[in-house]
Design a protein around this ligand. Structure first.
Ligand SMILES: NC(=O)c1ccc[n+]([C@@H]2O[C@H](COP(=O)([O-])OP(=O)(O)OC[C@H]3O[C@@H](n4cnc5c(N)ncnc54)[C@H](OP(=O)(O)O)[C@@H]3O)[C@@H](O)[C@H]2O)c1
Length: 264
């Protein structure tokens, strides 16, 4: 297989991608993967300085990168961000709904405010981003790719942290993905979910320790057949694949990148 065959399968040159929650963690890696494959990438989150640093790294791949500050809990900010990306980089071909939060608290006492925040960021914002970008994709008539970042906890309980709202929203994101895949297949838009297990980002870091809590790490490792957490770079292949021409016949699916967590 030649390099140009690989480029035809996995290359994203000329495509425009929008990645939410790219100011840290997995979102940064997804943005990097898409830029590596040649896409121009817009990064969206609340912390603008961090986004600007990410965008500068992306430009090193020879692509255009653009940062937009937005709080995805507000529909008007989602709409404005999508419009801005469209105006600056052009029509969006690839949407990665990655932004997420995982409020912690025992189910029987889970604060309604935390529950609502999880719903707003992890589910409603995903739906609204799909809607605002999806409408434009449908109007343009050239298809598109939507990749929703769910979790292995979209299909099973969290046995490590008490995150009832998170588990509920990730289950919903997985099924939202299937519904949109079916409704938008006629428009050539594929909609898939990527479901990671444990990766040591800010989300699973104990703020008091500045790292993953030892006991929790042991639990994560014990129930992962590969016996460890995910490492930086181990999601690059999955995001490039789902966004690429190689995945043109893949829709409504959940791709687990989880060291075997869901295998048993
Ligand atoms: N780490 C894991 O083990 C793991 C496993 C499975 C799935 N996931 C999923 O992967 C995704 C990324 O998580 P992560 O681990 O990379 O966590 P992270 O480092 O905490 O990143 C979360 C991102 O979401 C953004 N965000 C949060 N609230 C937002 C809001 N209201 N508006 C805009 N952006 C917002 C944050 O940016 P700002 O704070 O700058 O707004 C940040 O960039 C999430 O959907 C998570 O559920 C993570």
């Amino acid at each position: 297989m030649s390099l140009s065959d690989l480029e035809r399968l996995f290359g994203l040159r000329g495509k425009v991608a929008l990645v939410t929650g790219a100011s840290s963690g997995l979102g940064k890696e997804f943005a990097r993967g898409l830029a590596m494959a040649g896409a121009d990438v817009a990064v969206v989150a609340r912390r603008l300085e961090r986004l600007q640093a990410v965008a500068a790294e992306l430009e090193a791949f020879g692509v255009r990168a653009y940062s937009v500050q937005a709080d995805l809990q507000h529909e008007e900010q989602i709409e404005a961000a999508v419009r801005e990306v469209h105006d600056v980089l052009g029509p969006i071909d690839i949407l990665v709904n990655n932004a997420g939060i995982a409020p912690v608290g025992r189910a029987e006492r889970h604060d309604l405010e935390k529950w609502q925040q999880a719903l707003d960021v992890n589910l409603t914002a995903v739906f609204l981003c799909c809607q605002h970008v999806g409408r434009r994709m449908i109007e343009r008539g050239q298809g598109g790719r939507i990749i929703n970042i769910s979790s292995v906890l979209g299909e099973g309980a969290n046995s490590v942290h008490r995150t009832v709202g998170y588990a509920a929203t990730k289950g919903a994101v997985t099924n939202l993905t299937r519904q949109l895949a079916v409704e938008w297949a006629a428009h050539g838009i594929t909609v898939n979910a990527l479901a990671p297990s444990w990766f040591p980002t800010e989300m699973i870091t104990d703020p008091r320790l500045g790292r993953v809590h030892d006991e929790q790490r042991t639990r994560m490792e014990q129930f992962t057949p590969l016996g460890r957490l995910g490492r930086e770079g181990e999601l690059l292949g999955a995001i490039i694949y789902l966004a690429s021409p190689a995945a043109s016949y893949v829709t409504g699916t959940v791709l687990h990148v989880d060291g075997g967590w869901r295998a048993w």
